[in-house]
Design a protein around this ligand. Structure first.
Ligand code: GAL
Length: 662
């Protein structure tokens, strides 16, 4: 079943309103709500006193309209009575300041007392709701994040280090504590990496980020195990935050979940630009799908202007529907809008939901209901269908964490660098999977490995297998700089992949803004000059062929881009970074080399994405522009929403879309 619904907070409204909410939801085609993830004070109003009767009644009211429920465990926002017990329940931020009560996610993830209270509330909830036929699943906590740097975490870190390393001598060795004479002679001397003017010891800092990520996973597992003791039937998930969120290793987190959910916000108060880059949500969705190689739920899909203290731009007519279908096109098997009704109080007063503050259906409710009606027609055909991608972009959380410690160049961002490549494929309507360094690469024609800064032997073997079997592999600057302890490798770059790439980095230049460069492509069928910036690896081919050279400065004429034949495959090294035109050009070259072509060519701003139900292609054509467009089809197809045949072309109104079967 395709689930469609909203995040609902019955505890914010008088009980006399619940029936009307459920009725309106059913009328909009809803069959699911998520509840209770911030309702700890309502479920345990006093220490040890539990009240679930109100939630039973809310579930009953919804169930009477055939609406199922996902319950959130409430641990992201503890009640004041709990946090008043001990000061060290509060996390210590990176700047060394302890949080105080007033928002949420302020707790220390490793605090034993917090764990005890978590165990108790989750056990009580699980005992009460595990066999409830209208409760189909659980969300653990809410959007894990917020690293802690307190004394409890420091002790936890020491234990984590003792498990990872044989001895303190080994720790000193891998962190290279000889530098500045930081040789630890007792475990207890090891600090947490509080924020300083410059980078901490890179080895220590990377390990701390790994430890924190593991702490979130362990805390999640604590809750999962409790629920699993009570039920095998109900699913367990967590709402993650897409591609951009970089505090946890999401692959590890996802491993313990039945499937991944994520929260999809397109336009929020922090970005008061009306223009949206539609490739951002697509990249997030593809990343989330890649975590378990499985379709996902969108547990929070934006349904109104997203603002806390600033009132954000409202979605334009058609945008909610468009954003919803974009999520679906990239692998959503359920959509829940955040939130059902805009709250009249609290920090999120201006985070608009499907209904406005006053609770009467308006434009957004009508649009969402329209989607509900459409999903009743096509939901079954779409549910469980798969995205298939011929291209993969590899990302690594170790590399992300290491770049957080040393960003390399003020203009460099690892996530932005990946996005630059992704965006170029997106504009060419080529589906992409986002994979991890451990993922099997068989079946892809083209794999990009942007800036794989922390590079291990296992990753290299994985990449070699891919190239051996005929794949086309692409590296970019800062590849292979570090080993997994965050030490710089003791070899010429690109380190472990020098042979594979057939080049050596003679030297590298971190470019200041006023000394950008250009590259000239010089393959027979590939000419072009592009400005480049941020970074230049000055390449010396060993076995590779030169594809582009730098245009100016003391390294003018040196190789900037190369291609190397290796076994049955090819390896490209792109030694610098460019603008949108540069990536567009490079991606066209890569597509040509790997024999890939888009299924459809579309006008700018019109996205094509596809899912497959067996042999049936389900094509989503999404007009992200405010203009009317016409998209030409290669052959006749069926409009799955209207069941009409379409011969040659589809006209799409501003922010309109169509779903075609072929
Ligand atoms: C999400 C969060 C929700 C709500 C929403 C709007 O990140 O999970 O609880 O806060 O943002 O701010």
């Amino acid at each position: 079943m395709f689930y469609f619904g909203a995040d609902y907070y019955p505890e914010h409204w008088p009980e006399t309103r619940w029936f009307e909410d459920a009725r309106l939801m059913a009328e909009a085609g809803f069959n699911i709500v998520r509840m209770a993830e911030f309702a700890w004070s309502f479920m345990e109003p006093e220490d040890g006193k539990f009240e679930f009767a109100w939630l039973d009644r809310a579930i009953e009211t919804l169930a009477a309209q055939d609406i199922h429920v996902v319950l959130g465990t409430p641990t992201a926002s503890p009640p004041p009575w709990l946090m008043a017990k001990q000061e060290d329940l509060f996390l210590v931020r990176e700047d060394g300041v302890r949080a105080t009560y007033g928002l949420r996610r302020e707790y220390c993830i490793n605090n034993p007392l917090y764990h005890q209270h978590t165990e108790r509330i989750v056990t009580k909830m699980a005992e009460h709701f595990a066999n409830h036929s209208d409760v189909i699943g659980w969300q653990i906590d809410n959007e894990f994040g917020n690293r802690c740097y307190c004394e409890i975490c420091r002790k936890g870190f020491l234990g984590w280090l003792q498990k990872r390393y044989q001895s303190l001598e080994e720790v000193n060795d891998v962190w290279g504590t000889a530098f500045w004479s930081h040789i630890y002679t007792d475990w207890s001397q090891i600090p947490v990496p509080l924020k300083r003017e410059v980078a901490h010891n890179p080895g220590l800092h990377l390990d701390y980020k790994r430890f924190m990520s593991d702490s979130f996973r362990q805390y999640q597992k604590l809750q999962i195990d409790i629920i699993r003791q009570q039920t095998e039937e109900q699913f367990i998930t967590h709402n993650l935050m897409g591609f951009g969120f970089d505090q946890l290793n999401y692959y590890d987190n996802a491993e313990d979940l039945d499937f991944v959910s994520w929260d999809n916000y397109k336009r929020m108060q922090w970005d008061m630009n009306a223009a949206i880059d539609p490739s951002s949500a697509a990249l997030s969705a593809d990343t989330m799908r890649g975590l378990k190689k499985k379709n996902f739920w969108v547990m929070e899909q934006q349904s109104g202007g997203g603002g806390w203290d600033i009132v954000a731009i409202p979605p334009k007519p058609g945008e909610l529907r468009l954003w919803t279908y974009q999520s679906v096109a990239h692998g959503a098997d359920a959509i829940l809008y955040f939130r059902w009704r805009t709250c009249r109080t609290g920090t999120e007063q201006y985070w608009h939901g499907v209904l406005d503050h006053y609770g009467i259906p308006g434009r957004r409710y009508e649009e969402v209901s329209h989607v509900g009606m459409e999903l009743q027609i096509i939901g079954k055909a779409i549910h469980g269908s798969q995205v298939r991608a011929p291209v993969a972009i590899m990302q690594s959380y170790d590399t992300r964490f290491a770049f957080q410690v040393q960003p390399t160049n003020p203009r460099f961002g690892y996530e932005a660098h990946i996005h630059d490549f992704y965006r170029a494929f997106f504009h060419h309507n080529i589906p992409v999977d986002i994979v991890s360094e451990k993922d099997e690469l068989e079946g892809y024609k083209l794999v990009l490995v942007p800036a794989m800064y922390v590079l291990t032997e296992e990753t290299v073997s994985n990449l070699e297998r891919f190239v051996d079997s005929g794949g086309l592999l692409v590296f970019t600057p800062r590849t292979g700089v570090k080993d997994e302890t965050n030490k710089v490798v003791n070899m010429k770059l690109p380190g472990l992949v020098t042979k594979l790439a057939g080049v050596e980095v003679e030297e590298y230049v971190s470019m200041p803004e006023d000394e950008d460069n250009q590259v000239n492509f010089e393959l027979l069928n590939l000419k072009g000059m592009f400005p480049v910036s941020v970074w230049a690896d000055v390449l010396k081919p060993t076995t590779a062929q030169i594809v582009a050279r730098y245009g100016s400065d003391y390294y003018a004429g040196c190789a900037a881009v190369t291609i190397n034949e290796f076994e049955s495959g090819e390896v490209i090294y792109i030694g610098t970074m460019g603008d949108e035109a540069f990536y567009g050009y490079v991606v066209e070259w890569l597509l040509e080399l790997s024999g890939l072509e888009p299924f459809l060519y579309t006008p700018g701003g019109v996205e094509v994405a596809e899912r497959w139900q067996g042999d049936q292609r389900i094509l989503f054509i999404l007009n992200h522009t405010a203009e009317e467009v016409v998209v030409h089809l290669p052959f006749g197809m069926t409009n799955l929403l209207t069941n009409e045949g379409i011969e040659e072309s589809v006209p799409l109104a501003p922010f309109d879309l169509c779903v075609l079967g072929a």
